[in-house]
Design a protein around this ligand. Sequence first.
Ligand code: IMP
Ligand code: MG
Length: 172
Amino acid sequence: MDDRVFGKLVFTQEAIKNRVREIGRKISVDYHDKDLLMVGVLKGAYAFLADLSRAVALPIRVDFLVVTGGRIFADLAQNIAGQDVLIVEDIVDSGETFAFLKKELMARHPKSLRICTLLDKPHRRKANIDIDYIGFTVQDKFVVGYGLDYKNRYRNLPYIAVLDKVSEDEEA
Ligand code: IMP
Ligand code: MG
């Protein structure tokens, strides 16, 4: 890939790296006496979770689940009863995905359940939720990159950008 930026740059690779490091440090402190299980919500959280987990200086465990169309499409490989669970999301928009996940996972009786999202887009929030760790707050624009997709593309961009013309892209 050349240096061309797809769309309008919102967060550079450097800005993301620095923020991820900060959150990683905070999580390391907050969970120093706990046994943390990080749960990445696929697909969007894959890049963030890979970097965030490596910014945490604790021997944590990592697992994944896939949520699509309001259901768990692929579940965790382990039981979370009695575990300190941290859900890792790419973005919280309406908050419905997180509200759903929280309900599902709380029913499994974890010891604690928190959420960390790279991006918070509060403008269209429907569910009343508290977010424990937030990377960046974004405007009400559709962003891609660093795991976030438009029609399953652009996840691999190392930065976060707003696509210029989504409709043009659709025709491509
Ligand atoms: P929710 O509205 O909080 O339930 O978010 C659902 C999902 O919408 C997120 O996990 C993302 O996959 C997707 N999403 C929301 N806003 C954006 C965006 O700006 N770019 C890419 N995906 C988004
Ligand atoms: Mg998506």
